[in-house]
Structure formats: structure tokens, C-alpha cells
Design a binder for this molecule. Structure first.
Ligand SMILES: Cc1cc2nc3c(=O)[nH]c(=O)nc-3n(C[C@H](O)[C@H](O)[C@H](O)COP(=O)(O)OP(=O)(O)OC[C@H]3O[C@@H](n4cnc5c(N)ncnc54)[C@H](O)[C@@H]3O)c2cc1C
Length: 389
């Protein structure tokens, strides 16, 4: 059954839980803070669906056409600055919501110590879904909600990591005309336990509960993004991406990565989703005037994706690009992240040691070849220092 697995082959999408016809599967977290399936053998009827339809074992669906690639950004500066990249998620969601549809995406938990998927139906509910949350999002219950809406004939846009999108397809097990699936280029999902420890470290340092958290804060520009937070006592935190300890733990050794993200099976071209979003790190500043507000990378993977893209009309600016342009500066397209040898120790010691001390102890400086340093010098001369996720 599905509980007989090597951790590298379970991405925690939770599709098996919802696929199981006798509700024999539930999820428990391991000591690294990632959830994995457990089977209640009193309920299990050995149908084997959990294994047969696990997206990590059987890739359910893949489009046949090669993606059309765009560098794109919202013409609305407020949207762009409030988004991670160029605000394309907001623009796509807006079209769906204004046409009476639904959007499923990721929001932080109320205490900001975790994240989960939810379904919304109005523009007022959209802001909390915006911006990347660099922690694994809990999809518990969202796939059945999406199916129920589709069965009622409603339109829905589902946004998630590539493995969560694969999990949705696997659960639905058939096509629905009114479903649009959007994934993103993904460096990897981070441990919910590590995220919680990071928030607790900030709360201790600032002496109050956290009330808001923003990743990829663009106050110094998209390429010089930072991390910010506000606390109940009114104090504010901002750190450049080279200083914020969570970004450091992510970028320098992937200390918080889910094991399956280190051997991701969903970095395929063609992709599984209708549209794929990311940061267009490979764009040249001379091509766009205001690069510092953020540029999205868009893959149009299917006819449905093309139709939604066409509906964005004059709210979006874009430049046609090639896959080679996209790959330049964005390894997440084709390569799983590698992790430091300290990853396991880091996650284990989170139980006994403060987050900041552990990051300082175990962060790993990337080893780059001469080509990397030459291009970094070139970029510095051009006045640009780039982020990478
Ligand atoms: C964990 C993670 C790793 C990423 N790694 C890369 C990378 O290596 N390279 C790259 O180019 N881009 C990466 N991205 C994608 C990028 O950060 C932006 O999310 C994407 O470009 C969309 O930006 P936007 O401005 O259009 O929308 P935004 O307003 O940023 O919208 C983000 C969308 O993603 C969903 N989302 C946010 N966090 C999560 C989560 N934890 N799990 C599932 N869904 C979530 C939200 O619901 C929303 O729909 C990553 C995103 C995440 C969440």
C-alpha cells in the first residue's frame, strides 16, 4: 500500500488520501515536519488505487505541444509590486473571478506558522492568495472541493506546485472543460516545521506575535528582493535576501527541502499544467524599462491555457521568448535543487536549537565554476544582483 514508500518518492500532495474509496488513509508529520500517508488496515480493502494513481508513480497527464514562452507583467503597478514576479497570477485569477468562477490557491494559516490551500469566489478574497509562501502548502480537502464545483458546472482555476497539480489531475482522473490548472517553476517545498521555527524566532526577537509576512518584498527591487514582517506591537522587520535567515537556509544548501523535491519528477517539457508561472530571471534589463517591479515567466502549455492568456487582453504587457531564453537564469525549469549534506542534521536539531543559530551553523556557500563568477561580475557591472527562486 501507499505507506510502503521511500521518502524520496512521496511528494505529500495528499491525492491518495482523497482517492481512497474507504477513507483508510490519513497523513502524519515526520520528525522533519513533512506529512506522509499512513494506512488504517482495518479499513483498507487492498484495491491498490492509492499506489496506481499516485502521481509520483504514474504521471497522469502531459500536454503534447511545446510551451509558448512569454516574459510578461501586469500593467497595474500596484498588482505587480504586491506579487512575487510580474503579477500574472492575479491577472489570471481576476479573469476567472470576474466571470463568476472560483480560484483555488495557497494562503497562510491564521497564525502565519503554516500554509494551506483554499477556494475563493470573489476579488475581495484574492489578496491573501497572492505572493509565494516558501513553505509546503497543505492541500487537505481541496481536491474534493474542486471536483464538487466542477461537477456543478462551475469554472475553476487551480494554482499549486507541479506535484500538487499532478495530484489534482490524479484525483479527478478525467478532464473537465472548465478546469484551468496553473503551476509554477519550483525550487522545492520547505518543511512546515522549519517555517514554524523561523516565525517563532522572529516573534521572540521582535517581542510580539507576527501579524503579517511578505516574501519577495520588492521595496529594494525585484532582483534585490527581501523578506518583511509586521508584529502585534507595531514593530517591523525587513531583511535583504542575502541576510534573511530563512532565505539563506533555502538558497544556501536547501536545508529545509522536502526529500522528493530533490528528485522532482515534474520538471518535464511539455508540462502537465495549462499554464506555468515563474520569475523571468534571464530577462535583460535593456528589454524592459521597469524591471525592478518584477517580470513573470509564462509557459502557455495547452489550448485552455492559450484561451485564458488571450482573455488577459490589454491588462498585460509581454515579449515573445524562447525556451532557451527562459532556461537562462532559471535552473528550476529543468533541474531539481541539490541539498547540503547538513540538511538532515539541521532539521533534526530544530527541536533543540534556535533557528538562527542553526542556519548560521549549517548554511552552505554554493560552489560555482569560473563561468558563474564571470557572469556575476558582468551583472554587477550592469548594476544588477539577482535572486534565484
Ligand atoms: C515554494 C515555491 C518555490 C518557487 N521556486 C521558483 C523558482 O525556483 N523559480 C521561479 O522562477 N519561480 C519559482 N516560484 C514561483 C514564483 O515565486 C511565483 O510564485 C510565480 O512566478 C508567480 O508569481 P506571480 O507574481 O504571478 O503571482 P503571485 O501573486 O506570487 O502568486 C503566487 C501563486 O502561487 C500560489 N502559491 C504560493 N505559495 C504556494 C505554495 N507554497 N504552495 C503552492 N502554491 C503556492 C498562490 O496561491 C498564488 O496562486 C516558486 C514558488 C513557490 C511557492
Amino acid at each position: 500500500m501507499i505507506d510502503q514508500f521511500d521518502k524520496i518518492t512521496c511528494n505529500g500532495c495528499k491525492a491518495c488520501k482523497d482517492i481512497c474509496p474507504t477513507s483508510a488513509i490519513h497523513y502524519e508529520t515526520d520528525n522533519e515536519g513533512f506529512w506522509y500517508p499512513e494506512v488504517d488496515y482495518d479499513r483498507c480493502v487492498s484495491c491498490g488505487f492509492c499506489v496506481k494513481r499516485c502521481p509520483n508513480k504514474t504521471l497522469v497527464k502531459r500536454h503534447e505541444r511545446q510551451p509558448e514562452i512569454k516574459a510578461a507583467w501586469s500593467k497595474d503597478d500596484k498588482v505587480r509590486l504586491a506579487s512575487t514576479s510580474g503579477g500574472m497570477f492575479y491577472e489570471l485569477a481576476r479573469v476567472i473571478l470576474l466571470n463568476g468562477g472560483y480560484v483555488a490557491g495557497c494562503v497562510y494559516d491564521r497564525d502565519l506558522k503554516g500554509a494551506h490551500h483554499t477556494v475563493i469566489h470573489s476579488m475581495d478574497e484574492l489578496p491573501p492568495l497572492m505572493v509565494s509562501k516558501y513553505v509546503e502548502s497543505d492541500t487537505e480537502g481541496v481536491y474534493p472541493t474542486v471536483r464538487s464545483l466542477l461537477e456543478q458546472g462551475k469554472g475553476i482555476l487551480f494554482v499549486g506546485s507541479p506535484c500538487q497539480c499532478a495530484g489534482l489531475y490524479s484525483y479527478l482522473n478525467r478532464d473537465y472543460e472548465k478546469l484551468i490548472v496553473v503551476d509554477f517553476l519550483c525550487r522545492g517545498a520547505n518543511s512546515p516545521k522549519a517555517h514554524r521555527k523561523y516565525i517563532e524566532y522572529l516573534e521572540t526577537k521582535y517581542g510580539a506575535e507576527i501579524t503579517s509576512l511578505r516574501s519577495k518584498d520588492k521595496r529594494n527591487g525585484w532582483e534585490r528582493f527581501g523578506q518583511s514582517a509586521v508584529f502585534a506591537n507595531g514593530r517591523e522587520y525587513f531583511a535583504d535576501h542575502r541576510e534573511d535567515l530563512r532565505v539563506v537556509a533555502y538558497h544556501h544548501g536547501n536545508l529545509m527541502a522536502r526529500p522528493s523535491c530533490l528528485a522532482c519528477k515534474f520538471k518535464t517539457i511539455p508540462r502537465l499544467s495549462d499554464l506555468t508561472l515563474g520569475d523571468f530571471w534571464g530577462i535583460d534589463a535593456s528589454e524592459v524599462n521597469d524591471i525592478d517591479k518584477g517580470i513573470s515567466l509564462v509557459f502557455i502549455n495547452s489550448k485552455k491555457g492559450q484561451n485564458l492568456w488571450n482573455a488577459l487582453s490589454d491588462r498585460v504587457s509581454f515579449i515573445d521568448k524562447t525556451l532557451e531564453d527562459a532556461k537562462r537564469g532559471n535552473a528550476a525549469i529543468y533541474r531539481s535543487a541539490s541539498c547540503s549534506k547538513n540538511r538532515e542534521t539541521f532539521l533534526k536539531e530544530l527541536d533543540s536549537c534556535p533557528f538562527d543559530e542553526l542556519v548560521k551553523k549549517y548554511r552552505e556557500y554554493p560552489k560555482h565554476g569560473i563561468k558563474y563568477y564571470l557572469s556575476a561580475i558582468k551583472r554587477k557591472i550592469k548594476g544588477r544582483v539577482r535572486g534565484r527562486s
